[in-house]
Design a protein around this ligand. Structure first.
Ligand SMILES: Cc1ncc(COP(=O)(O)O)c(C=O)c1O
Length: 503
């Protein structure tokens, strides 16, 4: 009878097999699909030879676009097809020659947590959608505020990344300024009439999300004033002080200072103590973008370099960078939790005033939100914070070693000594011959693209003072120094081939 009922249900609702069932339903399908996916992924990593398959980009696009979305196949067939077309032509972040961006090979603990996150599908906005998840996120946030010594009144929330955390920090800076300056409540009344005078001060190496935030906040990109940096990309703090004085003399209103703890290109950590002091004396909101370098707090060897971060009003941290988590996983921490009231509006259907249990939407700019805190929990419990710190020590050590190696190699020119885990370098002038500076720049750009499309290496490029530099971003603590031998050889031989082709 029971079997008959189940059969009937499946006939009437053929989609049942596509869902996880409660009780003794069709969870075999879930298990089969999971097992096949795991098998495919395992073979992908076991057999992987290159960081990219070298499939011609146009062919890759055409093949993806040729998929007929009206022809429905079994999930097994789609998994296998996805494996062949998408996974095999993806950028393989675990490959030693994939060393371009701040995109890490994720820890197994994080990948497994994703499985739970996806299957449980908790939404972090309200307690009635995320019971255990709400408490776990708050538990991890409390660990973070303690780890960063943010003080008794601090709090935080998980975000989608550094961009969102920087945006939130700067919104708070603006709202807080208006409240203090003219008792103006931006949350209720919108921008004040003097908003065109508001200025955000950052360095000329700050992440572009500062400009983006200003644009979205209604004060425009022109409100961002960029202070110069030294050769290693750290903010010139004397100039910061002069900048504040000048802005004030001009009748402008500095609302926030953004320091970087790890700039994207140089990995530069600003002098956070001095900037904290300047911000405090000038009574300006202090935001630290530690999306890249925040993990330094876990390193016994290097944590002193973040000294001063604890004085910040807001701190952005990305776990999907040097905490080795899958995308996305990040947080913002606030020194004064009362400031989260800026994001708190109530809805009768979601987070009523006076609800008995906490609704994390009260602190967030997003409503539906992923349970990313689980990844940090499972990582801290199975890998441990001290080991994460040692992974970072190793990466910093290896970056320094590579810098020294480049200094001794007449094929290359190092931009500057590295501060964190990025390496900026270019071909030495031996390669320039009669090429103009512009053509020499172009050579570096072609070289990077050629290495990528041939599947040999995924490295980055950036521009420093008008010159194109190649960039390694070391985020894979499993690499060893000899992994770079073939990479440097490949860069040299490809450059020589390109020069020969063009001469
Ligand atoms: C210094 C810095 N801040 C912010 C961001 C933005 O972070 P996300 O990409 O997580 O939004 C990045 C990204 O690389 C970064 O390097």
């Amino acid at each position: 009878m029971m079997l008959l009922n189940t059969l009937q249900q499946h006939t009437e609702q053929p989609w049942l097999k596509h869902f996880i069932q409660i009780g003794d339903g069709n969870n075999q399908a879930f298990e089969n699909a999971s097992t096949l996916t795991l098998k495919n992924l395992k073979s992908l990593f076991n057999e992987c030879q290159q960081p990219y398959s070298a499939l011609d980009p146009q062919l890759l696009k055409n093949t993806i676009y040729s998929s007929d979305l009206e022809s429905v196949e079994s999930l097994e067939s789609v998994i296998n097809h996805t494996h062949l077309l998408i996974a095999k032509n993806a950028i393989i972040v675990q490959h030693p020659h994939c060393i371009a961006h701040l995109n890490t090979p994720p820890l197994i603990s994080s990948i497994i947590a994703e499985f739970y996150i996806a299957a449980l599908n908790q939404s972090m906005d309200s307690w009635d959608q995320a019971t255990s998840a709400t408490y776990l996120e708050q538990f991890i946030v409390d660990w973070l505020t303690k780890t960063y010594s943010m003080g008794d009144h601090s709090d935080g929330v998980f975000t989608s990344g550094g961009t969102q955390s920087n945006f939130m920090g700067l919104i708070l800076a603006r709202n807080c300024f208006a409240r203090k300056y003219s008792k103006h409540n931006i949350v209720q009344d919108g921008l004040p009439e003097y908003c065109n005078k508001m200025r955000i001060i950052c360095s000329d190496k700050s992440h572009f999300s500062v400009q983006k935030s200003a644009a979205l906040m209604g004060i425009g990109v022109r409100s961002v004033v960029r202070v110069s940096t030294n050769i290693q990309g750290q903010m010139n703090t004397d100039e910061l002080q002069r900048c504040i004085d000048t802005l004030k003399e001009q009748g402008l209103l500095p609302i926030a200072i953004v320091a970087s703890a790890g700039t994207t290109d140089h990995g530069a950590i600003d002098d956070l103590q001095t900037i904290a002091k300047i911000a405090q004396q000038a009574n300006i909101w202090y935001h630290v973008d530690s999306a890249y370098g925040g993990a330094v707090i876990l390193s016994q060897q290097h944590k002193h370099r973040l000294s001063g971060i604890e004085k910040a009003d807001s701190v952005a941290i990305d776990f999907h960078k040097l905490f080795f988590q899958t995308i996305s996983c990040a947080a913002i921490l606030l020194k004064d939790k009362n400031n989260f009231k800026n994001f708190c509006l109530h809805a009768d259907y979601l987070n009523r005033k006076g609800d008995k249990y906490p609704n994390l939407v009260d602190k967030s700019i997003t409503t539906t939100r992923r349970f990313d805190a689980l990844k940090m929990y499972m990582t801290l419990k199975s890998v441990g914070a001290p080991t994460l710190g040692k992974m970072l020590d190793k990466l910093i050590r290896m970056t320094k070693h590579l810098a020294n190696r480049l200094k001794e190699d007449k094929n290359f020119e190092l931009c500057c000594d590295p501060l964190l885990t990025t390496l900026l370098f270019r071909l030495s002038s031996d390669y320039q011959h009669e090429l103009s500076d512009e053509k020499f720049n172009k050579l570096h750009q072609t070289l990077r693209l050629q290495l990528l499309t041939s599947g040999d290496a995924v490295i980055a490029e950036t521009k420093i003072n008008g010159k194109i530099f190649l960039k390694f971003t070391l985020l894979n603590p499993c690499l060893i120094e000899t992994d770079f031998d073939s990479l440097f050889s490949k860069i040299k031989s490809t450059a020589k081939k390109l020069i020969a082709l063009n001469s």
